[in-house]
Design a protein. Sequence first.
Length: 274
Amino acid sequence: MTGGAGEVLFARENGWIPQVIRVDGELELRLGAGADANHDPRTFHVPLSEAHLDVIRGDLTRHLLLWSAILPLCTAAGTRGPLDERAAVALLDPVLFGTPDDVESLFRDIPWDKRQLIAHGADVGMLDRGQVLAALRSATEQSDWRRVHTYDADRDRARRGVRLTPLDAALLKYTGRYLHGGRIPTREPDAVDPDLLPEVMRVIATAEQACAGMGISPDRRAGRNHSNKDSEWTLMERAVDHAVRRAYPDLVDDAVRTVSFLMCSEAAARARRS
């Protein structure tokens, strides 16, 4: 099999994971990373040996770690700069041949791409503790960037000092706002752990009872698709907030707000349809 430049000797199912190619008789690691000035992916090459190829072919964990370690060098190259080849080559032996202790020590001293490893199934807690090899025991060739979105959302909440209980998390997942807090809430019961869904529905029922008989009429001055938000929306929001907080005082603000937002946005949608 041949690629754009050279013969591909080894490639994994996920084509983004670095490939090993032969160019003019020499082995090279080829990876796409970053983008040029036209926003097209850049391609970088790192020379390696047959022994390196043997490890890359047989050990997904080491292959992913090598990718994670080289990616920051690609980022540093920017849109047109050259890859620091000496630094990239210097990573090959320690990552591919190093003992577990040596690999973990190396990853404490160098920049590396954590999110890429999380996408391939790495255990976040182990990564945080520096156990990079153990973290990738369940790694997969295919990436799942929903894992990364979850990690990013949890990290953002941690920065704000928000610690979710299982019910808090379930409410955010039910409204579709666990990963993206800025989106309009919806009802997604399939996203919730079945064991927690009955408790989630009790919270939702509390909210629905709190705003029963209330509505949000369209604001005709702003057009049919705008609601009279400053008055009716605020009144409904306050009613739901008060009832939910009284019934479930341990819920965090993020969870309470997503429930009141759901009630208000659904009421506004009903008003627009009618």
